[in-house]
Design a protein around this ligand. Structure first.
Ligand code: GDD
Ligand code: MG
Length: 344
């Protein structure tokens, strides 16, 4: 078993101890995976995505996290409880009707018990960005709000930012002709009064309303540019890439390190395999697979880039490429599938 609360060795001295995790989106582009599981609870390298972020926050000295939930809100609490298992306080702010990113931040902040700036994470970004570096940057610039930024080749699907030095001059959410390729990478630090100024009890987009409004009113917004590994896990292919990149070491995650140290999983054939899985000698496990707890893979099966969830059975002679196999799904013999969803 993974020892969730064991730390990789950090203590907080920054005075930034609170975080909000935005986990209320519908995950539309991930259907059918998100029909019963909200996007942030989908597994990446065998661990619900939110858990990667919670452990990352803890390692940067965060002591309390509010999960801002809406779609399938009831799925989070049975798994994370009060957070004790992870050595961090976890609370839940449920939106009956989704309030948008800004509305969710305002709503969740009412459950924060500590003073000081608040870290906010989009619930779907895997990154190697240094949260401690970002916190130090926020404080050294005396920023009102600071944004983690990265560079992409095509910024149209993101929030593009214009910088002057490291001060943000404009914020442009999803446009046909973005002015730069420097984008909002989905992690912010807000001084508390700037959260309290967001209107309560209505839909607010932090990207379309709050950031442009703050810039218009002369608030000091700074951009912390970090070009290390970054991925929005919002599509099935991205979700598979996230697992593949953790296995190859292209991406880093504290939770993944702890999982490997726990001995419950091992790396074999460039795949992450639960030690309880039974893999027949004649099975061909190629690279980039996650093979979950108690999975059975029969002889002659061929797997490449697949996510095989707990208890699934892969029968003889199947050839599966870049596909998702649901928990306890029995894949019939000789099934051939590419980029498919089996048992969802
Ligand atoms: N609680 C709550 N309520 N959470 C929400 C809501 C809501 O109404 N709407 C969205 N979220 C959460 C989503 O679950 C996700 O974790 C995060 O807010 C961002 O929403 P997405 O729907 O994933 O937005 P996006 O990927 O199109 O764009 C955002 O992320 C990009 C980086 O990946 C924006 O922040 C862009 O500016 C940014 O570049
Ligand atoms: Mg997203």
């Amino acid at each position: 078993m993974i020892n969730h609360s064991s730390s990789l060795g950090s203590t907080s001295t920054s005075g930034v101890e609170s975080a909000i995790l935005l986990v209320g989106g519908f995950g539309t582009r991930l259907a059918p995976l998100t029909h019963k599981t909200p996007k942030p609870m989908l597994k990446v390298a065998g661990i619900p995505f939110t858990e990667h972020q919670i452990v990352k926050a803890r390692e940067a000295g965060i002591k309390e996290i509010v999960l801002a939930t809406s779609y399938l809100a009831e799925v989070f609490e049975p798994y994370f409880g009060d957070g004790e298992k992870w050595g961090i306080e976890i609370r839940y702010a449920v939106e009956e009707v989704a309030l948008g990113t800004g509305g969710a931040i305002r709503n969740a902040a009412s459950m924060i018990t500590r003073g000081g700036p608040v870290v906010i994470f989009n619930g779907d970004v895997l990154s190697s960005h240094s949260l401690r570096g970002h916190i130090d940057f926020h404080q050294s610039r005396s920023a009102d709000v600071s944004l983690y930024l990265t560079e992409v080749s095509d910024a149209r699907a993101f929030g593009a930012v214009e910088l002057e030095g490291d001060a943000i001059r404009t914020f442009n959410e999803k446009m046909e002709n973005p002015p730069t390729n420097i984008i909002n990478a989905g992690c912010y630090i807000f001084n508390r009064e700037f959260i309290d100024a967001i209107p309560a009890d209505r839909v607010v987009s932090v990207e379309r309303e709050t950031f442009p409004g703050l810039l218009h009113h002369g608030a000091s917004l700074y951009g912390y540019v970090d070009r290390s590994y970054w991925l929005d896990i919002g599509t099935p292919a991205a979700l598979q890439n996230a697992t593949r990149d953790l296995i190859s070491g292209a991406a880093q995650s504290d939770a993944y390190e702890l999982l490997l140290r726990s001995g419950s999983h091992e790396l074999r054939s460039d795949s992450l395999i639960a030690t309880s899985a039974q893999i027949a000698t004649g099975a061909d496990i190629r690279s980039g697979n996650y093979i979950g707890v108690d999975v059975i893979v029969h002889s002659g099966a061929e797997l490449s880039g697949c996510i095989v969830l707990d208890g699934a059975v892969i029968s003889a002679g199947t050839k599966l490429d870049s596909s998702f196999i649901a928990e306890k799904c029995i894949v019939p013999a000789a099934t051939i599938a590419t980029s498919n969803f089996l048992g969802f």
